[in-house]
Write a protein that binds this ligand. Sequence first.
Ligand code: IMP
Length: 433
Amino acid sequence: MPGIVIVGTQWGDEGKGKIVDLLAERADAVVRFQGGNNAGHTIVRDGEEFKLHLIPSGILYRGVTCIIGNGVVVDPAVLISELDGLRRRGVDVTGVKLSANAHVIMPYHVMLDSAGEAKLGKLAIGTTKRGIGPCYADKAARLGIRVQDLLDPKILRKKILAALEPKKQMLRPFARDPRLDLHAIAEQYTAYGHRLEPHIADTARLCWEILDRDGLVLFEGAQAAMLDLDHGTYPFVSSSNPIAGAACVGAGVGPTDISEVWGVAKAYTTRVGAGPFPTELDDEVGKHLLTKGHEYGTTTGRERRTGWLDLVALRYAVRLNRLSALVITKLDVLAGLDPIRVAVRYRGGDGAVFDEFPYHQSILHAAEAEYDELPGFDGDIGACRDESELPQEARDYLAYIEDFVGVPIKLVGVGPGRDQIVARGEQPALLAA
Ligand code: IMP
């Protein structure tokens, strides 16, 4: 059985959680491979709502191993509170496995995230202020604290001391803040280590064992291609690689363990935080997308920026991930808009035309999207379960996207409910079973 990677193809919040949830029922393991509690997803099961930031959605299925891989940055307080919350509601969390090699978000990372944003002023990235960037920076600088360090108080203290020294310089205005006290931090994080010990494991080996016995492993991406540290709209990106290639590094498997890559895209575009957004709308249509699509962040509650579907960016994401299938979510939100527009090229500040996503930041900042117009559709499509039940205009819209980006659309979301999905075309063996 395969390894399947599921990734976001825009600026995050595409509804990956719902798709992972759908597939997780058949999986042996679901693995997070990057990001941290900057992500968030809500799962509704039998009318009960579960909000998770670190634990993969597979947790609600019995017998599914839920792995937080080495590529994730983990705030232990957040993880412990998620575990406690699930336990209180009767969910068995023994299947949650945390990589001993994952890096730990420390109090100074969270402080540095806020201080860094404040310093940037008008140029701020609009981060989630969860300490993600500073934690990855320490990982690269080899000053990081890993989950395994939490189990050895002596080593932990030494490592915190080394990491804390340069932070004190950077956080001078906070010099007397108790959150920077070595003793207090070491004590608190040792206590976290005790709490998490039953979950700490060699998670790469767990993945190999499941793949070796032909089990199904889902690799669940957080954030999305356009927030990728290398390929996204740098510097307005997150500090990890949310593209499919990173699943191997962040989980400890090889490229040949991956047999499919599914990308998730909204039928339109949203973005939280600052940075270029060529199809952004600041009008009634933008408001329609915001209110009808309930576009408010799961993690920070921020209002999302909204715009038309950007096919230039989507085709770029298709290639970065070499997608084998595409899932379009929230098609129902477009009902009532006529015409529907899709960006098919950009025009640079000097009038130059870009058919492909421009690599140069200055070009992208000045780029304006140029659109094709397609007829809109009306009415509630939330009850459709087969493509033939969708209005012709909605089907044409899907066909147009598919044709432009060159990847088959296999699933279409037509509402927030778990069953509000239209299967399209020949289904992969996994779903057909
Ligand atoms: P950070 O990941 O908190 O450092 O934030 C960097 C950028 O990524 C900001 O623009 C955030 O709004 C954005 N971002 C991070 N995580 C998510 C997410 O899960 N969905 C959408 N945007 C995100």
